[in-house]
Design a protein around this ligand. Structure first.
Ligand code: SF4
Ligand code: SF4
Length: 249
């Protein structure tokens, strides 16, 4: 069988997204049968041959010129480009860095990274066309596997949920952290598909899957203000995983 040529690259990220895929131990053998990882640092030491690709999967946000260059090179070589995880989609937690990032970076990674060549982390769609987004921090393993199978068949998957996390949370009959415990849960405006993973163990939804379809953002902002969050806190909380690409109330 001719295997589908793919690359997986990591920009500024924690590697959590690719670990999610590599942790799918039962499915990995099948993935290996179907795909040739031309470039996938945590999976294969094979050198990239520079040839055409069916798909490149990108984890992380772009924060350095050489990362942008890598993105552009792989975009030119690949039929599909898939953004995996919140960092790639919105900048993710990397966007929490402040204006002194270069200073912090130089202090922590002296001699390795001076920070001089870094810019504020950006979602990858600022630089290249993205064919498919797989949300989450990290994404759900089944969504990554489902996307791979679709790409192998030459199509794009249509699995993304449009409803909010609250729907899945209520189906699981969880206590509502927002209404009953007065905690700043973002489930009402966040895209479902995670089966309310965090609220089900008593942790508020941080919104890592981005906005659901037609999110009631004003109403969510009012609820957060009612809990005592300042305007700035509301803006930061609701903008953390929306990358500034979406206006926040
Ligand atoms: S999206 Fe989350 S898990 Fe994936 S690289 Fe970014 S911080 Fe890590
Ligand atoms: S805990 Fe959060 S996700 Fe669950 S129903 Fe309440 S607001 Fe929605």
């Amino acid at each position: 069988m001719i295997r589908t040529r793919i690359a997986y690259i990591r920009l500024t990220s924690c590697s959590g997204c690719q670990l999610t895929l590599l942790n799918c131990e039962e499915e990995l053998a099948r993935v290996g049968e179907l795909f040739e990882p031309v470039r996938f640092e945590m999976l294969s030491s094979a050198a990239d041959d520079g040839g055409p690709l069916a798909a490149v999967l990108v984890e992380g946000s772009a924060a350095r010129p050489e990362e942008v260059q890598r993105l552009l090179d792989l975009r030119r070589r690949s039929r599909w480009l898939v953004a995996i995880g919140a960092c790639a989609l919105s900048g993710g937690v990397n966007r929490l860095v402040d204006d002194r990032q270069g200073e912090h970076c130089a202090a922590v990674y002296a001699g390795v990274c001076t920070g001089r060549n870094m810019f504020p982390p950006q979602s990858i769609d600022h630089f290249v066309a993205v064919d498919l987004c797989i949300p989450g921090c990290p994404p759900e393993p089944q969504e990554i596997l489902g996307a791979l199978l679709a790409l192998q068949r030459g199509t794009l998957p249509g699995f993304l949920r449009e409803h909010a996390v609250c729907m899945e949370c209520r189906q699981r009959e969880n206590l509502c952290l927002l209404l009953e415990r007065k905690l700043p849960c973002l489930g009402p405006v966040t895209r479902g598909g995670c089966n309310a993973r965090c609220p089900s163990i008593g942790i508020v939804c941080e919104g890592c899957r981005g906005y659901a379809d037609q999110p009631a953002r004003e109403e969510q902002a009012h609820l957060l203000r009612d809990l005592g969050l300042s305007e700035r806190q509301v803006r930061e909380r609701m903008g953390r995983f929306t990358g500034g690409n979406h206006e926040t109330p």
